[in-house]
Design a protein around this ligand. Structure first.
Ligand SMILES: *Cc1c(COP(=O)(O)O)cnc(C)c1O
Length: 340
């Protein structure tokens, strides 16, 4: 293992040794790529991604479990989501087998950088983009699929803390018919202004409402939203403006298996503010309890600003499966093979 201060890790970039690269021209078939030393690379100033934002990213984790294994959490889902995104952005989808081989190779080659059990995870970042030069607005003539990774610390260091959120009145994340349902890189820069403004006011993130009616909750920054009322879970349905989170899908399956009624529906702001508990979820934080939501200058507090019981139950159940402290009954874990 690398000689680094694992306790000092946060969610920031620590360069590792190896990255994976493969390229394709036009409609040719993707071929497995190769590992290269991690570092900068050359790109045309006219690359499609630099000029027109033809690009996608994924985010996933590999980590050591209580059983001493090194595993991914549902990597096939990331592969499929990137394929759906590639279709939407007119890029050639990377076959699932190439994607899985790529993330396995990168994590295996950078094994020494994976934090010890409980000290965090290897965050893996696959990216797919139009790398060939193009002047007219059209798909790039060639594409690059790369994977790099970086160790990150545990999201909650000193125990779980509930976050304070602000509903954005002025900005929306995604419009019907747009690209909000895929991890298109262009979806994220427009959120930086509202997010920074909210953070300057002491909030952890913004909540976006739907662009059409500005009355229903869509997402929390880059995480999916859930609320709980009288033991019933509710989350915005996947209408095309919601990013289909893999954590979201896992929470739904897990909650249903534990006997909860989970509704995928339109979540009106009023209903959400009237809930007993609320949380958001995504790969980075797994499940983050929401302590309060501020809407039009009024602050609505959930369960006294503490994580609610259903939130805690689901967090414990999901993290127990991920850490192999509970059986992997859904078959969600995928071991990273030793390839070298
Ligand atoms: C990535 C992402 C999520 C969470 O997806 P996971 O697969 O659970 O990590 C939610 N919303 C947005 C906008 C995202 O980009």
């Amino acid at each position: 293992m690398k000689d680094i201060d694992w306790d000092a890790l946060s969610f920031s970039l620590t360069p590792t040794d190896w990255m994976y690269v493969t390229e394709v021209t036009g409609d040719d078939a993707w071929m497995p790529g190769t590992l290269r030393p991690y570092g900068d690379f050359n790109i045309s100033p006219a690359a499609g991604v630099l000029n027109y934002g033809q690009g996608l990213f994924e985010g996933m984790k590999a980590y050591r479990t209580a059983e001493g294994r090194l595993v991914f959490f549902r990597p096939e889902e990331n592969a499929r989501r990137m394929q759906a995104g590639a279709d939407r952005l007119k890029m050639p989808p990377v076959p699932e087998s190439v994607f899985i081989d790529a993330v396995e190779q990168v994590v295996d080659a950078n094994r020494d950088w994976v934090p010890p059990v409980g000290k965090g995870a290897m965050y893996v970042r696959p990216i797919l983009f139009g790398s060939g030069p193009i002047l007219g607005v059209a798909p790039a003539p060639s594409f690059t699929f790369m994977v790099y990774c970086t160790p990150v610390g545990p999201y909650f260091k000193g125990g779980m803390t509930a976050i304070d959120l602000l509903i954005s009145e002025e900005h929306h994340r995604a419009a019907p018919g747009g690209s909000g349902g895929v991890k298109a890189i262009g979806n994220y820069a427009p959120g930086m202004l509202p997010s920074k403004a909210a953070k300057a006011e002491g909030f952890a993130e913004v909540i976006y409402l739907d662009a059409q009616t500005h009355s229903c909750i869509e997402e929390v920054g880059a995480a999916n939203f859930f609320c709980v009322k009288d033991g019933v879970l509710s989350t915005p349905s996947l209408t095309g403006t919601i990013l289909p989170g893999i954590t979201r899908a896992s929470v739904i399956e897990l909650a249903r298996s534990r006997g909860y009624d989970v509704r995928e529906e339109r979540v009106a702001v009023e209903a959400a503010l009237d809930a007993d508990e609320a949380f958001c979820c995504g790969t980075a934080a797994v499940i983050s309890p929401i302590g309060s939501i501020t809407h039009m200058d009024t602050r609505h507090v959930f369960s006294n600003g503490q994580p609610g019981p259903v939130t805690l139950e689901l967090y414990d159940a999901l993290t127990a499966i991920q850490a192999e402290r509970a059986p992997d009954t859904f078959g969600w874990l995928h071991e990273v093979p030793s390839l070298r």
